[in-house]
Design a protein around this ligand. Structure first.
Ligand code: GLN
Length: 536
């Protein structure tokens, strides 16, 4: 195998231009040519990981198989490439400093003054090269969070400069920038891009490829102008036009030849043809729906789409699989009450109650679940959503009026959801939940068995509380089926209702494992059930 090539993706002019999508699209294209790739995100903030961040701060926290709490861009990487990521794929400044400081305390640098250069930059380099050193990848694509010029990004850009110097053509920089359109002038403007490239150059880095995010097509003159001012060849100016869906971007990047530029510059053969036929089939089905359904997503972060990113994307995958458009309606659980539930939930063909933490919005979630249960609306409860379904059943079917999760009400007489045994001793917040993949055994003859069609599955988790096993019998007698169990720790992972067409709660997060190549069966079947509900 050839030596691993390192590709850095930096951003200029503005945040939110879609570095994650460009990185994932490039990985997809290289993969479609038969190259093995992995993508990494370096985040310049001081948190050791985003696990302690409020979703309003940074969107959803994505969880990998090995239990890392990571940036949501890793979700895009997995959804596009269908290759699992791990802790090594997301590194923050906090983690870099923590490692360096631990080494200093251990005496690893005895006698030396520990400094940003070389100690911090060496540690950043180590975190990048660790992916290449496995020998598994032809390309390691490293996305640098933030925008060039940020104080926080400096050590990362400096690391890129050093790696370029050391590795020559085995290292490449793709700079994503914005070309704004000024309607008053009727023109696309290149000046902000010129400035952001200058900023990179001042820090010693010459980008090799400029990807231009734009609302309007770039003409030849604009491309030449960018090339001239930014020291790149015109073929290295790549247009990234606003797309109907993020899933169009790999196809658009193929048209623009981003992969060819990367391969030429890293001296890799370009004779293979990128095979995107499955991807194009997915896009066709996504854009040619034969039916549509309304699904309510009940949660408390309804002003921010990114808070439930993976759930949104899982519905897109399931929508294509069913050729059925999903109109996802965000419903703020804090606004739901007994008086308005009928009005707010009427017309939905499916209700999903979202994961979450803390008391806020809990009552509305329980009301939405009662509505779904009584009106036989397809229901999917994820993590806290499943726990709320257990509470709702206790209160309204078993008659335990004050039943609750001890997360919300520690003095309840009926703690049907309780802290897991090993969590009782935990006091630190960061990285201490039950995290990552755990096995689950599905009971034959259940609805979920029909959905998965296998007994042994593995799904990703992120929680501290759990179904209280003391109540198992009471639930089972009253018609709740505990259809999935963790075989080692005997924890309830899946619940479903006997007398309901489609009512399923899962303690894990299926949304983290849904990809374009492998839409998650729970989402696919949930949309199917919603379509059936609509017909009836
Ligand atoms: N707050 C709940 C717990 O910690 C659920 C977590 C979640 O929904 N991810 O168990």
């Amino acid at each position: 195998m050839s030596k691993t090539k390192y590709i850095f993706v930096t951003g200029g002019v503005s945040s939110s231009l879609g570095k994650g999508i460009i990185s994932a699209s490039l990985a997809k294209l290289l993969q479609a040519r038969g190259y093995s790739t992995t993508i990494q995100k370096l985040d310049p903030y001081i948190n050791v990981d985003p696990g302690t961040l409020n979703p309003y701060e940074h969107g959803e926290c994505y969880v990998t198989r090995d239990g890392a709490e990571t940036d949501l861009d890793l979700g895009h990487y997995e959804r596009f490439s269908n290759i699992p990521t791990s802790q090594a794929n997301n590194v923050t400044t906090g983690r870099i400093y923590q490692t360096v400081i631990n080494k200093e305390r251990r005496g690893d640098y005895l006698g030396e003054t520990v400094q940003v250069i070389p100690h911090i930059t060496d540690e950043i380099k180590r975190s990048i090269k660790i992916l290449g050193s496995t020998g598994d990848y032809d390309f390691v694509i490293t996305e640098i969070g933030g925008t060039v010029g940020d104080i926080e990004s400096l050590p990362y850009v400096e690391t890129v400069r050093q790696m370029r110097w050391e590795m020559g053509r085995n290292c490449l920089v793709v700079h994503l920038t914005l070309i704004p359109y000024l309607s008053a002038a009727g023109e696309l403007k290149t000046k902000p891009t010129q400035h952001s490239v200058k900023t990179l150059q001042e820090q010693g880095v010459q980008p090799d490829i400029i990807v231009c995010r734009t609302e309007r097509h770039l003409n030849e003159n604009i491309r030449k102008k960018i090339a001239l001012f930014c020291n790149v060849s015109p073929t290295s100016v790549i247009e990234s036009i606003d797309a109907e869906t993020i899933y169009d971007v790999p196809v658009l990047m193929r048209q623009e030849g981003l992969d060819v530029e990367v391969l030429n510059k890293t001296k890799m053969p370009t004779d293979s043809i990128p095979d995107l036929s499955d991807w194009e089939k997915f896009l066709f089905k996504l854009k040619h729906s034969k039916s549509e359904v309304n699904i309510g997503l009940v949660g408390k972060y309804t002003e921010l789409k990114d808070a439930y990113k993976s759930i949104n994307e899982s519905f897109i995958h399931a929508s294509a699989a069913n050729q059925c458009k999903v109109n996802l309606k965000l419903i703020n659980s804090e606004d739901l009450n007994d008086r308005n539930a009928d009005k707010k939930l009427n017309g939905l063909n499916g209700i999903l109650v979202a994961p979450g933490f803390g008391y806020r919005g809990i009552d509305g979630k329980i009301i939405a679940i009662k509505y779904a249960r009584e009106n036989k609306v397809p229901f999917l409860g994820i993590c806290l959503g499943m726990q709320c379904a257990v509470v709702e059943f206790a209160r309204n079917v078993l008659g335990y009026k004050d039943a609750h999760s001890t997360e919300m009400y520690s003095k309840t007489k009926h703690p049907v959801i309780d802290l897991m045994e090993h969590q009782k001793k935990v006091s630190e917040k960061g990285g201490t939940m039950r995290l990552g993949s755990y096995p689950c055994r599905i009971k034959k003859g259940t609805k979920v068995y029909k959905i998965y069609n296998i007994t042994d599955i593995s799904e990703r988790h992120r929680h501290r509380y759990e179904f209280n096993n003391k109540y198992r019998e009471n639930y089972e007698k009253a018609g709740m089926i505990l259809s999935g169990i963790n075989p080692k720790d005997d924890l309830v992972e899946i619940i479903e209702l006997k007398d309901h067409p489609w009512f399923i709660g899962v303690q894990f997060h299926p949304e983290y494992q849904s990809t374009v190549a492998k839409p998650h069966p729970l989402f696919v079947e949930f949309v199917k059930a919603a379509r059936k509900h609509k017909k009836s």
